[in-house]
Write a protein that binds this ligand. Structure first.
Ligand code: 1CP
Length: 345
């Protein structure tokens, strides 16, 4: 369907191979900042957009066609596999995921079912297959990491301090472990199914794990993340791990069998390298700069590009998702700027 040759710069960068230009994609590259997205969203609930593979594929392709990015990310949510295992979740406009039956006990954890991707989320697998026919850039599959999923499942929705989640972790160690085991299994099963269907890389979003200090991360989270990335390694597909405000965990992450580490804007790429991070890196423009004057945005992007290209294995991205008030034109101009960047020019 697509006459353009396949653009593999993103996959090469994941493997720390040299690339002719710096590859770029943006977290939340499909979303409310796009008039086309808003028009489709006006007709469907979030999950309906997921359930109809053609709509899911169309929304996934939007930013590839509109911005010219080097990778597509499947249009779904980290909550998508939770409904079928018994989590009553809705995505509410302007809020995010809201869960009516939050986890409060070991009994609640034990009630969660097991994910069977082919029967529970066949529409995701179908959307991936359609996209592989249509795209000339790699398709990134994704899932939420256990801590981040657990935070929604325990708090019942978005949270600032994750105090219910952390209190559960500290006071119900057996239930916490059972929950991490279940969510770990689910993440592995779900991502392997996405890879089987055609996803060419996978990103694990641990957006909120930065709420933990490094010692708690080692105790409560590192084992399940190790298990997830070890299982994915068998597939040979590149893996990416991302979190917000998690700079203090970078050395823990560097020990995981993951290929790429995603940084937010709080820590520079230079500093991450100085700390001893040896993985390929992805990031890390502060998304609020998309709302700043172009000259400021360009100067910051250039600084990040210079730091990122010090070593092979660099993918440009934002430090977190695009805000709804960003402009399509700004992202188009930024993408062109990144693609035309030449080291030491
Ligand atoms: O284009 C893309 O990036 C692909 C689609 C995608 C991805 C990768 C969506 C669509 N969600 C996600 C991941 C996701 N969902 C994360 C990890 C990345 C991150 O940190 O942003 C998280 C934490 C969620 C949970 C979630 N879903 C939120 C955040 C709430 C909070 O706690 O602050 C929100 C707002 C949603 C809804 C959602 N998911 C995706 C979109 C486009 C939207 C907005 C839906 C709408 O139109 O109402």
């Amino acid at each position: 369907m697509n006459a353009k040759p396949f653009n593999d710069t993103f996959l090469k960068a994941c493997r720390k191979e040299a690339t002719e230009h710096v590859p770029v994609w943006y977290m939340r590259q499909a979303g409310r900042y796009q008039p086309e997205y808003r028009a489709i969203r006006a007709k469907h609930s979030f999950f309906e957009m997921n359930y109809i593979p053609e709509v899911c594929a169309e929304v996934t392709r939007l930013p590839v066609e509109q911005l010219g990015v080097d990778a597509a990310i499947l249009f779904a949510d980290i909550m998508t596999p939770l409904q079928p295992i018994g989590v009553d979740v809705n995505i509410e406009s302007g809020i995010g995921p809201v869960i009516s039956n939050p986890i409060r006990s070991l009994a609640d954890v034990n009630r969660l079912g097991e994910l069977d991707p082919l029967s529970h989320v066949p529409y995701i697998m179908e959307a991936i297959k359609i996209l592989r026919q249509q795209l000339n850039v790699p398709l990134i599959g994704f899932a939420g990491a256990p801590f981040t999923l657990a935070s929604y499942m325990i708090e019942g929705g978005p949270s600032k301090h994750y105090h219910k989640t952390k209190a559960f972790m500290y006071t119900e160690p057996e239930a916490w472990q059972a929950l991490m085991d279940k969510l770990g299994d689910m993440t592995i099963t779900y991502l392997k199914a996405q890879i089987e269907a055609g996803a060419q890389a996978v990103q694990v979003f641990d957006s909120w794990v930065g709420a933990l200090n490094d010692e708690d991360y080692r105790t409560y989270i590192a084992p399940v993340m190790h298990r997830i990335f070890s299982a994915l390694k068998e597939t040979g597909v590149p893996t990416i791990y991302f979190g917000v405000g998690a700079g203090h965990l970078l050395l823990e992450w560097n020990q995981l069998p993951v290929d790429v580490v995603g940084l937010d804007w709080r820590m520079t790429i230079k500093k991450a390298r100085e700390l001893g991070v040896t993985k390929a890196l992805q990031g890390n423009l502060d998304p609020t700069l998309l709302l700043a004057p172009w000259e400021m945005l360009e100067a910051k992007a250039k600084e990040i590009l210079e730091q990122g290209t010090e070593q092979p294995g660099y993918i440009f991205n934002l430090g977190h998702g695009i805000f709804p008030d960003a402009k399509v034109e700004t992202l188009q101009r930024l993408t062109q700027f990144i693609h035309s960047f030449k080291k030491n020019a």
